[in-house]
Ligand binder design. Structure first.
Ligand SMILES: [Ca+2]
Ligand SMILES: [Ca+2]
Length: 99
């Protein structure tokens, strides 16, 4: 489960090209693609919420360091607006799945 989420994250977080964005199925897409998107979003949300210990809706470097090697190693790359926190969208690497 965790592995799949990371693979999806790694795939989708790859340099945020327009193409990568459009490859992400939207949550209301019917059928298998939508099912996968909804399941992946659910898993991502669970991981995000578990990591967001102070529940301020964003992930600090400290929170990330306790929970994810991947996010720790890629923090600077993922922190698109360089505010020192990962938002839900930055965590996902796209903005097609509103939280
Ligand atoms: Ca937080
Ligand atoms: Ca940020």
């Amino acid at each position: 489960m965790r592995y799949l989420a990371l693979v999806l994250l790694a795939l989708y977080a790859a340099p945020g090209t327009l193409q990568a964005q459009t490859m992400i199925p939207s949550l209301d897409e019917p059928g298998r693609k939508g099912d996968l998107a909804r399941a992946a979003k659910q898993r991502s949300a669970t991981q995000f919420d578990a990591t967001d210990e102070d529940k301020d809706g964003r992930l600090s470097r400290t929170e990330v360091a306790k929970h994810s090697r991947y996010l720790t190693d890629n923090f600077d790359k993922l922190d698109a607006n360089k505010d020192g926190y990962l938002s839900w969208e930055e965590f996902l690497g796209h903005n097609r799945w509103p939280k």
